[in-house]
Structures are given as C-alpha cells and as structure tokens.
Write a protein that binds this ligand. Structure first.
Ligand code: URP
Ligand code: ZN
Ligand code: ZN
Length: 490
C-alpha cells in the first residue's frame, strides 16, 4: 500500500482552473496523490472548512539589494522571507543588481551568498543589468544564463540604474540569441528629472509631489518605446509595475495587434491611491514608490486590465525602507520628496489583501481560481518555474497554503516582521488568511508563526519558458543573415 509523509484532508483544493474537494498525499517533498480517502501517512492535517492553494510566488521583490538611492533595502533575506512565508508565499524572485564597475559574476555570487544563508523559502534570481559592457554581454551573460538565470531586468529611469536605448537594443539582441526573458521598469527619465527640478524650484517639496513628478505621460512614453524595441527585435518583455489607465491602454493595444508582451501590476496600485502621500509632515514618504500611486480612476482601469488579462500577474514590488535615518529619512528629518528612497514593503501583505479583494469582495467578478493564476501559476509559467511550482498536480513540489477563508484580521504595524517597521495597509480589515504554509512537504508557518530556519530555501535555476519565447518573426532588416538589411536580395 502507498505510504505518505503527509496527507492533507477534507479541504477544497484550488488551482488556477478548478476547485474540488480532495485529499493531497505528499512524499519526498512532492505531491504524489490527489484523491479521496487517502490513508497511511506519518502525519495528517485535517483542513475541514479551509482552502488549499499552491504557495504564492512573488516574482518581483527587492531584498538586501543595493537600490537606486544607493541604500540597501531595510531587510535581510531572513526577515524578508519570513514576511513572505507569513503572507502565504513559498517562492520569490528577488534581484541581483549589477552596477557599472562591478562584474555580473561577482554580483550574482554576492546575492547568492546572502540568499543561501538567509532565505527560508525557495528563490530564483533576476539579473539587473545597469552596466552592459562588452565583457558582460559576450562572456558573462551567456554563462549566467547557462547557470539558471534566465531573467534580466533593465531600468529606463533612476540615475544609477537607467540604460540608454542603444544598450537596451544590445541587451535585447543578446537575450534573444541566448534565450533569456527581459523585464523593464518603464518610465521616461528626462520627464521625471525635468518635473522634479521644476517642482523643487518652486518649493513644492512635500511627499505628495512625488506622484506629480512622475507624470503618467512618462510611463506611457517609456512603455511605447519598449514595445517598439520589443517588436523590432522580436523579444518578448514583461512590463513591470504598470500603474496607470493610459499605460494599460498602450499595452492592450499592442497585445491586440499581436505584439508578444506581458505586463504586471502590484497590489499597491490596485488598493491604494496617491492620497496616501498627502499626510502632514513627511509621513507620506512611507508610500513613495515608483511609479507612484495614482488616482482611483487608474485603480479601476488596472482592475479591468487584470480581469481581461492585459495584466497577467500581480506582484508586490517589495522594496522596504525603515522610516528613520537608516531608510526613508537618510537625508535628514525633513527631506524633500526626491530625497526619500522609493519603495514599499509588500511580501507579507500581497496575498492576504488580494484574497480579500478577489475572493471575499469578488472584485470585477474575479474568482479564487483567478487569484491562484495571478499570484502563483502565471508567475511560475512566465519565469520558468512551472510545473515544479505554481500548481497542485501530481509531480509538483508540495508547496501548499491552507487558507482560512473566514479569518478576520486588522492589519497593523505590530504585525510587521520585515525590515520596514511599518505596514502601509495599517487599519485595513480583511477577510481570509494563509494560516499554514508548507514548502516541499514541510510546514514552514503554523498558527501564524514561522517554524523554518534561515537557509531552508533552495535556489531555483530557471530556463526561458516556452510561454515567453520570441514569436520567431523578425523584421527583415534585423535578420543577421541579411546583414541587418544590407543584403537586400535575400
Ligand atoms: O519604488 C520602487 N518600486 N522601488 C523598487 C525599485 C523599482 O523601481 O522596482
Ligand atoms: Zn521598477
Ligand atoms: Zn521593483
């Protein structure tokens, strides 16, 4: 008779496509049976009245990362992944940020050391490339892609991170040749820099002017530009953290004419507005992130775009800074909006808030299966983690979260375990909570307590997913065999 390490009984098992009553049998870290009346296990959990969902995958989070402000995020892999696990995540994709003057190889080695030592959940790694020199592109990049880093992030803004169009083109060409995916922070740097100087010149220094200084037009322009480059090069991209109605429109139109682009938004753009920054003093700096929080109208448009799949996943863009002289206030107690580092914590809050919005409040008539798709299955399918992660099927890693759909929680600063020390959603009352979290068959959160040790997480090497491969139709002018259009006969 088949024996199991763990059986979870009597819950409703939820995937991105169905919800059904079943028992789940786990052995050697994998799901090996989904059926009724499973018996013969070392351990059994009775999950009557609960849902079992695949572990959340947060595919966009900045952890212990040197950021655009020059500061390191106020987190360690240990504190960030504790927060992630408490929030129902079993895998994350943070960043290794390569800056001008540093090799990609040493950068990745450094971040891997930190993640290996501290992470309590599994992790893949995006590579931020901010200094794309010849050695990096021709020697280091192929090797790092071979080692399982198939995802590159580029920035179109931030003084320390942005790269020029010519570099973007070079990276797109290499990514296409070597089978890597590209994600983009798309905002027009010139527009932001100009707006900031105009506002500061006139004395508009309060945190609320951060959103004014990042005009929607800048997001629209950069998204348009990156789509143009993507189309020219036949290299699919992920447009990160889309924040505006107009940004969505550009993406929707491009997708409708067949351009293979993907786009995400984040929980904060769906549930908060720029009003958060309009608080006395510098308090509003807690909500400064880029792109900035926008208006209710943008929020509605983002939900529509989630509904029609223009936006195919929802991440946290977790980028915490403590609200003190080591973080948000590192330039002094009364900084202007430009002196406040950009980013908000979200690893702990993304899933509970979205569960409340989608499953409890039925926003836009989205379902619990949509919730799983947007927060686990799609990130796994896009970033090359599927089918090991992101689903409940025989053969998948036993990454499972038992959700109590009835639990009522008031979010507060007291709950915070990440390095920010504050909860941007404090005071919000939500229904539904990820009460037990299981990673590869082992419980890592029980009764809202983390019971796993740092170093428990495994690196997840990725390969380019078939879902995000180039279409294979490249502009005639760009075919190398035609010498980029010079050979007009062919
Ligand atoms: O403000 C944000 N989002 N900070 C994190 C870095 C980035 O731009 O994604
Ligand atoms: Zn970004
Ligand atoms: Zn980010």
């Amino acid at each position: 008779m088949q024996s199991y390490d763990l059986i979870i009984k009597n819950a409703q098992v939820v995937t991105s496509i169905e919800t059904k009553y079943a028992d789940i049998g786990i052995k050697d870290q994998k799901i090996i049976a989904i059926g009724n009346n499973l018996i013969n296990s070392k351990e059994t959990i009775d999950a009557t009245g609960k849902y079992i969902l695949p572990g959340g995958i947060d595919s966009h989070c900045h952890i212990e990362q040197k950021s655009a402000s020059g500061l390191i995020n106020s987190d360690t892999f240990e504190s960030a992944t504790k927060a992630a696990a408490l929030g129902g995540n079993t895998s994350i994709i943070p960043f290794a940020a390569q800056y001008e003057g540093f090799t990609l190889t040493e950068t990745l080695e450094d971040y891997h050391k930190l993640a290996k030592k501290g992470s309590i959940i599994d992790y893949a790694m995006h590579m931020i490339i901010a200094g794309p020199n010849n050695d990096l592109l021709n020697l280091e990049l192929p090797e790092q892609i071979r080692l399982g880093h198939s995802s590159i992030k580029i920035f179109m803004t931030y003084d320390r991170l942005k790269i020029e169009d010519i570099d973007i083109l070079n990276i797109f060409e290499k990514a296409r040749d070597m089978e890597a995916f590209i994600s983009v922070h798309a905002e027009n740097h010139g527009m932001i820099t100009w707006m900031v100087s105009k506002l500061l010149e006139k004395g508009y220094t309060h945190p609320k002017f951060h959103s004014v200084s990042h005009p929607v037009a800048g997001e629209v322009e950069a998204i348009n530009r990156i789509i143009g480059i993507s189309e020219l090069m036949d290299q699919p991209v992920m447009i990160f953290h889309v924040s505006s109605e107009k940004g969505v429109e550009v993406i929707r139109n491009a997708q409708a004419r067949g351009v293979k682009i993907f786009a995400e938004t984040c929980v904060q753009y769906l549930t908060l507005t720029s009003d958060e920054m309009d608080k006395p003093g510098v308090e509003g700096g807690k909500w400064i992130c880029s792109p900035p929080l926008r208006k209710t109208r943008d929020q509605n448009a983002l939900w529509d775009a989630v509904k029609d799949n223009t936006l195919c996943l929802i991440s946290s863009d977790h980028a915490p800074y403590s609200f003190d002289s080591n973080g948000k206030l590192f330039k002094g107690e009364n900084p202007n909006f430009k002196e406040i580092p950009n980013g908000m914590p979200g690893l702990n809050w993304r899933l509970p808030i979205l569960f409340d919005e989608i499953v409890n409040k039925r926003r836009k008539n989205l379902s619990i299966n949509d919730f799983v798709r947007l927060t686990s299955t799609s990130p796994a399918k896009i970033y090359g983690l599927y089918p090991q992660k992101g689903d409940i099927e025989i053969g998948c890693d036993a990454d499972l979260v038992i959700w109590d759909p009835e639990a009522i929680t008031e979010l507060s600063d007291d709950m915070v375990v990440d390095g920010s020390g504050y909860n941007p959603y404090s005071g919000r009352i939500i229904k539904g909570w990820p009460e037990t979290v299981i990673l590869r068959g082992y419980m890592i959160v029980f009764n809202n307590k983390v019971i796993a040790d740092p170093g428990n997480g495994n690196f997840l090497p990725t390969k380019l997913s078939a879902n995000v491969k180039p279409k294979g139709i490249i502009a005639h002018d760009l075919l190398k065999e035609n010498n980029y259009g010079a050979n007009l006969q062919s």
